[in-house]
Design a protein around this ligand. Structure first.
Ligand SMILES: Cc1cc2nc3c(=O)[nH]c(=O)nc-3n(C[C@H](O)[C@H](O)[C@H](O)COP(=O)(O)OP(=O)(O)OC[C@H]3O[C@@H](n4cnc5c(N)ncnc54)[C@H](O)[C@@H]3O)c2cc1C
Ligand code: FES
Length: 299
């Protein structure tokens, strides 16, 4: 599918923006509903698609609009390619919770979008034997790209995975309120990874917490060569971090701290991080995060 690509620099980079990040006014290519109140937005932006790595994010706003004035952060869901196989843009997936996400749900093909990124650090390259991806609710959004990279199906940015994982060595534990919130299962199926679902009401998969699924995976496979990447509500990440610590499994958490600028200038996104000497200091989630080793966070 060849899509018109209308991605051009609209203005000079915002002051303080990280050097590789770009600010563009571009257009929506398509909008697809994935689940209840949940959408995937496809945006034309070949430069961003070539640079971004899994776990990084973009700030998105409506150009020229003052309400809402500030951009909002959204994780890379995946990149998309044109018919010739060249990176042509990025997908984000979002849950409608307020003003900006409500507005985004009205966007259609050709709607102008202001976007800046790629921002943040991204998940580490998954050099391990077994990878557990753990998501609560809309925290699933960074994981399609993580899964594709881990299985060697796509290389993102300039980084290379030395040894792709077998898809059955990547498990995605996905917890939602009820089955109608399950988003992007077909996308995960394309990577061939093992998908385990938990719902609060038992309408799909295991009835109960996603942490039950994580505990079951650890009981089944042990901790050897295992890593955990996690994103979701803080109490759930706290529980996953505790499980990881109990079983001595390296664990990284992706924080969804509210942000104003996204590139390190406003300090609205700071989080407390434990330093190597055991003291605590503050770090900007948008620059030094959003992904931190679990043991560094004050959860
Ligand atoms: C690095 C990062 C990546 C993110 N990726 C995604 C993503 O891929 N998909 C997605 O749907 N969302 C993602 N988020 C969260 C997303 O940015 C917020 O949902 C969005 O800013 C809400 O904007 P709004 O104007 O619709 O809501 P607002 O009108 O600003 O707020 C509506 C309600 O949601 C609450 N809220 C707003 N932001 C957050 C937040 N970050 N955490 C908890 N509560 C919040 C507000 O307190 C308020 O109660 C991410 C956040 C970060 C920091
Ligand atoms: S959002 Fe401005 S410094 Fe992080």
């Amino acid at each position: 599918m060849t899509q018109p690509i209308v991605a051009s620099c609209s203005s000079p980079p915002l002051p303080g923006m990280v050097p590789t990040a770009q600010q563009l006014v571009t257009t929506v290519v398509e909008q697809v509903q994935l689940a209840r109140d949940t959408y995937r937005l496809r945006i034309a932006a070949p430069e961003l698609a070539r640079q971004v790595v899994p776990g990084q994010f973009f700030m998105i706003r409506s150009p020229g609009l003052t309400n809402p004035l500030l951009g909002r952060p959204f994780a890379l869901y995946d990149i998309w390619c044109d018919d010739a196989g060249h990176p042509a843009g990025i997908d984000v997936a979002y849950l409608v919770v307020g003003k900006m996400t409500g507005l985004m749900s009205t966007w259609t093909t050709g709607t102008p979008v202001e976007i800046w990124g790629p921002l943040g650090n991204g998940f580490p390259v998954p050099e391990c034997d077994r990878l557990l991806l753990v998501a609560g609710g809309i925290g699933n959004t960074p994981f399609p790209a993580v899964a594709r990279e881990a299985c060697g199906l796509h290389s993102y940015g300039v980084r290379q995975l030395s040894r792709p994982l077998r898809p059955d060595h990547v498990t995605f534990c996905y917890g939602v309120r009820s089955a109608d919130y399950l988003a992007g299962l077909d996308k995960f199926a394309q990577s061939g990874i093992d998908v385990q679902v938990a719902t609060d009401d038992g309408s799909s998969g295991h009835r109960g917490f996603v942490t039950d699924l994580v505990a079951a995976q650890i009981a089944k496979h042990g901790n050897r060569g295992c890593r955990i990447y996690c994103c979701g509500p803080e109490p759930m990440m706290h529980a996953v971090a505790r499980l990881a610590a109990q079983h001595n499994i390296p664990c990284w958490l992706s924080l969804e701290t509210p942000m104003a600028c996204g590139f390190g200038a406003c300090f609205s996104c700071v989080t407390r991080v434990k330093q190597s000497d055991g003291t605590w200091d503050y770090r900007r989630t948008c620059v030094e995060g959003p992904i931190f080793p679990a043991e560094q966070l004050a959860l």
